[in-house]
Design a protein around this ligand. Structure first.
Ligand SMILES: [Zn+2]
Length: 420
């Protein structure tokens, strides 16, 4: 007997869901930014229907029953993007100084936490990122045993709020992963956090495994052990990834690693902390994006790597002079009092400001440029007819002062209002 009411309730929920999705929204934008051009137009209206931008202009008629969102006192822009996140990883800030110490702490964090906890951490960080204005992220691994795939699916199904996630699955590395201090009796401790691949056959198998288990990008580590992947190794990984329709993001922190990754032609190099100007020129020549994870002074201090801040600012200045393509990427994994993963991630613009980038350039790295690297530029990263309705708003003028991006006060994701 209770069957019928339950069915009716289910139908009602389904219909109300459709109704909510079908109701058009008209956003009145005081200023509307076009990041590609670095310009803004005043008094624009954006019609959103079914999660998609249907019209943009000064005289867009509001259809009957449309919800009107008045942002006439704010600047409206496309949702922000972060091309280097680790949503399913939060590390403690206790411990010593230096990169080696940091990687020891990574070992502890990833070995002692269950996959279930990693997924929950991911859900929390995903919501925080979205609320700070990030509507798309490229999540580059460190998610246990594919917790990132489950996180992506849960967001796509509407189960939990979060940005569009392009996830890497397990990071492919030579034996040992990114752990420093593993010994010969237990080299296996690095898995499943990492996916070991040393021979060309293992590399092809690793890429296929990731593709099969839901990865949307392939992340490799070129230079975190005494031995590096060779140019041939990286080319093997790129070729197999290409067959699966996936791009390759390469962790390379050293000059030698950057040169290998750039020569092989990966889609992006992550970190490149101290890359020489010549290495940056090679990246430009081969169309390789720099995702510099350019830690602010306080982020670098939290990591026990205070000296890295000035290094990345100097490298950013040289990258600007060379003209390397840049996509914004943060690598934030440490918490800070009173901050969320989202607020810490958007704070990364400080380093770009210190390196002398204009607000328009910074905004482009966080929208259209990141969209191209991530591979979503066909439908996200701009406010244009036919694009997904990923829209944020800030007080003030982000083309005059990029700092206002830290005050995102409205977020719409795929047409759904998340924050206002
Ligand atoms: Zn990282």
């Amino acid at each position: 007997m209770p069957r019928r009411p339950r069915l009716a309730t289910a139908l009602l929920l389904l219909l109300s869901g459709f109704a909510a999705r079908a109701q058009p929204v008209v956003i009145r934008a005081g200023r509307l930014v076009d990041p590609d051009k670095g310009t803004a137009s005043t008094n624009q209206q954006i019609l959103v229907e079914g999660g998609v931008i249907k019209a943009v202009g000064p005289n867009v008629a509001a259809p009957a029953g449309a919800q009107v969102v008045d942002l006439s006192d704010r600047t409206v822009l496309p949702g922000l993007m972060d091309a280097h996140t680790h949503l399913c990883l939060t590390m403690t800030t206790q411990g010593g100084q230096g990169l080696n110490e940091l990687l020891q702490r990574l070992l502890a964090a990833t070995l002692l936490e269950t996959n279930a906890r990693r997924a929950l951490v991911g859900a929390k960080n995903a919501r925080d990122m979205l609320e700070s204005g990030f509507t798309t992220v490229r999540d580059v691994g460190n998610a246990g045993n594919y917790a990132d795939t489950e996180l992506r699916k849960a967001i796509e199904e509407g189960m939990i709020p979060g940005p569009t996630v392009i996830n890497a699955g397990r990071i492919i590395t030579p034996l040992g992963g990114q752990y420093h201090g593993l010994h010969a009796e237990r080299p296996d401790l690095g898995e499943p956090e990492y996916l070991y691949a040393d021979t060309p056959d293992q590399m092809r198998e690793a890429v296929r495994k990731n593709a099969l288990f839901g990865a949307k990008v392939i992340k490799i580590v070129v230079d975190d052990q005494p031995y590096l992947y060779s140019v041939e190794d990286v080319k093997t990984l790129i070729a197999e990834s290409k067959r699966a329709g996936l791009k390759v993001a390469a962790h390379a922190a050293t000059e030698a690693g950057v040169r290998v990754a750039a020569e092989a032609g990966v889609a992006s190099i992550e970190h490149a902390y101290t890359a020489s100007t010549e290495a940056l020129q090679l990246m430009k020549k081969n169309g390789v994006y720099l995702v510099g994870t350019d830690f602010t002074r306080s982020a670098a201090e939290a990591m026990g790597m205070a000296d890295y801040h000035q290094k990345v600012v100097d490298r950013l200045k040289r990258a600007r002079a060379v003209g390397v393509s840049i996509a914004y990427g943060t690598d934030i994994v440490f918490p800070a009092p009173g901050e969320t993963r989202g607020t810490l991630s958007v704070a990364g613009i400080e380093s770009f400001q210190e390196a002398g980038f204009t607000p328009a350039e910074i905004l482009r790295f966080m929208t259209t440029s990141a969209a191209k690297l991530i591979g979503v530029d066909g439908h996200r990263g701009a406010i244009k007819t036919g694009m997904a309705a990923d829209i944020v708003a800030v007080p003030g003028d982000p083309l005059a002062d990029a700092s206002v991006l830290r005050k995102v006060s409205f977020v719409m994701k795929d047409g759904k209002i998340i924050k206002r």
